[in-house]
Design a protein around this ligand. Structure first.
Ligand code: ATP
Ligand code: MG
Length: 391
């Protein structure tokens, strides 16, 4: 064995069957995230997961575990038997990785194994004294320690660790059902997809492409965004809808100042039909209130009226800077800022209506064969499955 990680998850609200489902999904997601990285054994034990790195790069395993939703924290652990002497020696070996002059520390013992002859405080005192003898420059501080050595005495063995590496938190992807993400090539929608995945949603993506107004490279950009998102949630099914005919019709037959609203309404109608077909229970968008003309409350209201399916907007209350920071953290930012045109920016009117009125929009739509346009678009959707990017 090269390394062993103790992986913790949050347990709030987890009961009965739900809990088993949650745990099994998390274990499956961990296994998937580690595929091709290192040879590992993943095991559920004591309401946690243990990941044993058999061969391969432990640092890479650690990095991957930090990208699995549902993991609250992880610790690389050393293992000792149930003899106090061995526990003290292994503890000293572990502690040598963090020990430095003047370090204030404490030992924290948990004893799940009630057969063990010493109580938890006794073990802490014994191990603490041994650490002080081994590293004379240390100081004990039980109230505000700078370092904690954890000793967990279980039935078969003892786990000893000093580090707690934060995970992403959230829920394992797959626990919440499926959502259909309207994915543009911009900064916001990939972040919205990530935030939904964080709450356990399995994400499929739908992109509206306007070839030849938008280039092949715009499509590649969306594929790359999916590859990046797939790192967090596994393979993503991406649907590409060809939007050119609809945009031409809109341009020909409807007033320019309503074009964004009309375009969005068409997108939502198509997305809802696809969602039903794919068993998705909600649409997900990257809208954030007040960011642009189509994201005023009036616009959102008029746009959403064409659907009955719930629409999730995980970014609704976030500032642009916060969204950008998150997109940097999840590595979608460098892809999002590649300078390829999006279908909506191409048809951007000079002065878009920021407060479109439903009756004007409906009157404009009377000039269109909406059902035919939707059916044609749906019939030509291309679907592909995108695997995670290497990292
Ligand atoms: P983004 O950065 O996600 O593009 P944005 O601030 O540029 O967001 P808009 O262009 O107004 O906002 O789009 C609002 C939302 O509509 C997007 O977040 C996305 O969910 C959806 N959307 C926009 N264009 C497309 C497209 N070509 N294909 C699929 N969805 C789209
Ligand atoms: Mg956009």
């Amino acid at each position: 064995m090269k390394a062993l990680y103790l992986v913790r998850y949050g347990e709030i609200g987890l009961k009965g069957k739900n809990r088993k489902h949650f745990e099994n999904l998390l274990t499956a997601n961990i296994r998937r995230a580690l595929q091709g990285v290192a040879e590992c054994r993943v095991e559920q034990k004591h309401t946690r997961n243990f990941v044993e790195v058999i061969s391969g790069d432990a640092a890479a395993v650690e990095a991957r575990l930090q990208q699995v939703f549902g993991i609250v924290s992880l610790s690389p652990v050393a293992v000792a038997g149930l003899e106090l002497e061995e526990i003290k020696n292994v503890a000293a070996g572990e502690f040598s990785k963090v020990a430095r002059e003047g370090l204030r520390f404490k030992v924290n013992t948990r004893r799940a194994n009630k057969q063990f002859p010493l109580t938890s405080p006794e073990v802490s005192a014994e191990v603490g004294a041994h650490l002080l003898r081994t590293f004379p420059e240390l100081a004990v501080d039980v109230h505000e320690p700078e370092a904690v050595l954890d000793v967990e005495i279980r039935e078969q063995q003892t786990y000893i660790y000093t580090r707690r590496i934060p995970g992403l938190g959230g829920l394992p992807v797959g626990v919440a059902g499926k959502g259909l993400l309207l994915l543009s090539g911009g900064i916001d929608s990939p972040v919205a997809g990530w935030m939904s995945m964080k709450r356990g949603v399995t994400v499929e993506a739908l992109h509206f492409h306007s070839f030849p107004f938008t280039s092949e490279r715009a499509k590649e950009k969306v594929i790359d965004l999916c590859r990046q998102l797939a790192r967090f949630g596994g393979k993503i099914r991406l649907h590409i809808a060809h939007f050119t005919e609809i945009q031409k019709e809109l341009r020909l037959k409807t007033p320019e100042r309503l074009s964004i609203t009309l375009m969005r309404r068409m997108m939502f109608r198509i997305a809802e039909r696809l969602a039903v077909r794919r068993g998705a229970l909600a649409l997900i968008t990257g809208e954030s209130l007040g960011q642009v003309a189509s994201q005023t409350m009036e616009s959102i209201n008029v746009i959403e009226r064409v659907t009955t399916i719930p629409v999730f907007r995980p970014l609704i209350g976030m500032d642009k800077q916060e969204i950008m920071d998150l997109s940097l953290r999840i590595d979608t930012y460098p892809i999002s800022i590649r300078p390829y045109e999006d279908c909506c920016t191409i048809f951007l009117p000079e002065s878009p209506a920021t407060k479109p009125r439903l009756q004007d929009v409906e009157a404009a739509e009377a000039a269109l064969e909406i059902e035919t346009l939707i059916a044609d678009c749906l019939a030509k959707i291309e679907t592909m499955e995108i695997s995670p990017a290497n990292y």
